[in-house]
Design a protein around this ligand. Structure first.
Ligand code: G4P
Length: 195
């Protein structure tokens, strides 16, 4: 997605060979016009899948998930990382290990919002090792719902998550795929080369 690549080039900051900071438009401050375009792009890519629900993980997945839900006309549900006061029973839960942060979080979603009649599109801001996506897919499976695919805003193509999910037969659509962050420079992979 050209608009996203341009934004990454203009405002992204390479923090190391493996980490890209994009908190001026995605992870902290949010660019609503870009998020709208992202929602339209995901909606168009997954329009044939019969999606009934979007599932993401708080917090940075919520903006692209909501914009996609708006365009597709379906609700967006976010998995919680922390226990909520009101979300106490009837839960689907999965463990998500972050290699970046070296911590494991239990994520949870109320059983009230996803069931076996749903076709779920999983959306997330970053795909690195794929652990967050796997946790969300686990929840889709616990619900007996169908997985319509996984939509990622920024995939780090040099980490293993994308290949791991595609090898499992999951349809992964990433709007920008970064092939390298070496020497402080962002390089993109043409999308078709990642498949
Ligand atoms: P994984 O889910 O693909 O295995 O990723 P990993 O454990 O490596 O990532 C943990 C957190 O760090 C996730 O956010 C993920 O989105 C984010 N992340 C991974 N690589 C990058 C990167 O290069 N740049 C940025 N900006 N973030 C990255 P999170 O902890 O869930 O944060 P948030 O959603 O609350 O913002």
């Amino acid at each position: 997605m050209e608009k996203l690549q341009e934004k990454i080039m203009a405002d992204g900051k390479v923090l190391s060979d493996s980490v890209l900071k994009v908190d001026s438009f995605l992870n902290h401050q949010i660019d609503p016009v870009l998020m709208q375009a992202i929602g339209e792009e995901f909606a168009s890519r997954f329009s044939g899948e019969g999606i009934t629900k979007i599932l993401t993980l708080e917090s940075s997945g919520i903006a692209p998930a909501m914009m996609t839900g708006l365009v597709l006309g379906v609700p967006a549900v976010f998995a919680r990382k922390r226990k909520s006061l009101t979300l106490v029973d009837r839960l689907y839960t999965a463990s998500v290990h972050s290699f970046t942060k070296n911590e494991t979080n239990d994520i949870s979603v109320s059983r009230d919002f996803i069931d076996e009649t749903d076709v779920v599109l999983v959306i997330d801001d970053f795909l690195a090792n794929g652990q967050a996506a796997l946790g969300l897919i686990d929840i889709v499976e616990q619900a007996g719902a169908a997985l319509g695919g996984v939509g990622i805003v920024i995939e780090k193509g040099f980490q293993e998550g994308g290949a791991m999910l595609r090898n499992r037969g999951v349809r992964v659509e990433s709007l920008a795929i970064i092939s390298s962050l070496a020497n402080g420079k962002v390089e993109f992979l043409e999308e078709e080369k990642a498949l």
